[in-house]
Design a protein around this ligand. Sequence first.
Ligand code: IMP
Length: 180
Amino acid sequence: MKHTVQVEDKEFEILLENDQISKRTRLIGIQLNVDYENRCPIVIGVLNGSFLFMADLIKELTISCEVGFIRVSSYKGTSTSGEVKEAFGLPDTLHNRNVIIVEDIVDTGHTLKFILEKVYQQSPASIKVCSLLFKPAALLEPVKELEYVGFEIPNEFVVGYGLDYNGLGRNLTHIYRAID
Ligand code: IMP
């Protein structure tokens, strides 16, 4: 196996092998099967980064569940925070449902806070977040809903297995961290 990759102008080294990711995903799946037995959750992946993790996670679920995806875009606006977010594709049928949001990575937590606000507006029965990666040192918004975490990682830029660097690298099988 190749231990380093070049993506655009940056060199990356392996952080998590696909095999480790698969094993952890299997365990999270088992936990979800127990926690959501007879609750028919709606599992919502946040595009683009979560697409590979979602696909692998969903295959571990043996419970009855619905699956969907949303996309959040950020752009510079005139608000005081300087950034405006918009959500696309969020189902409008979340009232009284058990919702599981699936993320690739929780970094500052801003994206998640925005999504959670939108979901809470529909008064779901419950909301939990499942993220493959979590950078605790980067977190600016505490997220009490973050119940399922694949791996806590250092505050470094990572790429692969769905995560991109300037739009590239999502197709890499393993997860790599930037070598500075
Ligand atoms: P947050 O709003 O700061 O938590 O950022 C969440 C989004 O930023 C994730 O869903 C990713 O798309 C992206 N992101 C954050 N950290 C990384 C990284 O290390 N590599 C690739 N994308 C990242």
